[in-house]
Structures are given as structure tokens and as C-alpha cells.
Write a protein of this length. Structure first.
Length: 235
């Protein structure tokens, strides 16, 4: 188990390299919106949900209450219900079985992308340990990046004004690199569907609704394609 955890930690370096600047940007944004550094780190430690954390601090800064913040963040993270099903199938033979719920907390978009590509290549007994190491590396990088951004981000932006603009491209670049790592063969319908729903949503409503709607549409189309392929194989 220890060997697999260390192996997962090693494989988390690619995610960690992308997480530190994104989390740095979040820590900076949280402080600029009036939250202290401890609050920024606490949000990252408890929520650990990337884009939804930016939405969370924006809503708080705008005076949003629990009835606004909680449903919005839940909607943004609803896609993890689909992620969980896929990963649970890969961990079905893991022992002990109780490790599976514990691994749900660290199942971010990037961790899922890496796990979906790698778990099928591992022996069933190795999967839980590897995934735990992968998640630990990603989580540690996210917390560290948030702390750095909250504590030093304002000073760095004052010295290097272009830094804040550059940080806006880090998250899209990270998603693109992970998408290429997973491969796009057989996922064209899901990608085009997600893009179409997102663009339509942006034209009709706010981004924090359009983006999760596109994600859910892409995931649903991919699941539908998987069922169609399975039915075709059975025939």
C-alpha cells in the first residue's frame, strides 16, 4: 500500500504544478475581496473545489447569504456525482471497502481526469493506495498555493501588475493539458455538446450557471455514448 501511495504522490506532480498558481490566484482573490488569509486557507481546506471557491468568495463579497451560496456551490459541484460513480466502479475490488468513501473528498476535476486514465491500468488491489497518494499531493499543493497567494499575492501583484492577468489563463491551460492527457478519441460528441450548452448558457444567463450546465451536458452525453457502445457490443 505504501508503495502505491508514493507512486500516486509522484503522479500528482503534474496536477500540483497546475494547482499552485490557480490556488495562488484564489488566495489573492479572497484577500482582495475582504477575507483574511486564515479564511482563504480554511475555505480551500474544507471545500477543495477549485472554480466553485472563486464563486463562493464572490457571492460572499456581494453579500450573498446561505440560501444563495449553498445551492449555487452545490450546483457547481453536482458533476462529482457522476465522477464518483466512475471511480467507484474502478475501486469495487479495493480492500478494505471503507476506503472508498474517504477518497470521495479528494475527487476534483483534475484528479478525476488523471484517475480515469490511470486506474484501469493498475491491478485492483493497487488502485486505492495510488488514488490516495494522487489526492494527497493535489490537496497539499492546493493548500500551499492558497496560503502563498493570501500571504504574498498582493505584494507580488503590486510589483508585477501583469501577474494578475497571467493567472487568469492558468486554470484553462490546466484543464486543456489534462484533457489531452486523457485523449479525445471517442469523446467528440461530449466535448461538442458541453461546448454548445456552455455557449448557449453564456448567451442566456450568468457564467456560474452556464459552466456547470455545460459540464453536466458533456458528462451525460459521454454516459449515453458509453451505454450505446455497450449495447452495440452485446449485439
Amino acid at each position: 500500500m505504501t508503495r502505491q501511495v508514493l507512486r500516486g504522490l509522484g503522479d500528482s506532480l503534474a496536477i500540483a504544478a497546475g494547482y499552485v498558481p490557480v490556488a495562488f490566484s484564489f488566495g489573492l482573490a479572497a484577500v482582495q475581496m475582504g477575507l483574511g488569509a486564515p479564511w482563504a486557507v480554511a475555505i480551500s481546506a474544507i471545500v477543495f473545489a477549485g472554480a466553485s471557491q472563486f464563486v463562493l468568495v464572490s457571492l460572499l463579497a456581494a453579500g450573498g447569504g446561505p440560501l444563495t451560496v449553498v445551492p449555487t456551490i452545490w450546483l457547481l459541484n453536482a458533476r462529482h456525482l457522476l465522477y464518483g460513480r466512475v471511480v467507484a466502479e474502478q475501486l469495487a475490488q479495493a480492500r478494505p471497502a471503507r476506503v472508498r468513501p474517504a477518497l470521495a473528498f479528494g475527487l476534483t476535476d483534475e484528479v478525476f481526469a488523471c484517475a480515469a486514465a490511470r486506474l484501469p491500468t493498475l491491478a485492483p488491489a493497487q488502485r486505492a493506495g495510488w488514488l490516495a497518494g494522487l489526492q494527497a499531493g493535489a490537496y497539499g499543493a492546493w493548500i500551499a498555493g492558497t496560503w502563498l497567494g493570501a500571504e504574498t499575492g498582493a505584494q507580488l501583484v503590486d510589483r508585477i501588475p501583469l501577474l494578475q492577468e497571467a493567472l487568469q489563463f492558468v486554470l484553462p491551460a490546466l484543464f486543456l493539458s489534462l484533457l489531452l492527457q486523457m485523449g479525445v478519441h471517442g469523446r467528440g460528441r461530449a466535448l461538442w455538446g458541453a461546448a454548445g450548452v456552455t455557449l448557449l448558457g453564456l448567451a442566456l444567463g450568468p457564467a456560474h450557471v452556464a459552466i456547470p450546465a455545460g459540464m453536466l451536458a458533456g458528462a451525460a452525453l459521454q454516459l449515453l455514448q458509453a451505454h450505446v457502445d455497450e449495447d452495440g457490443d452485446d449485439d
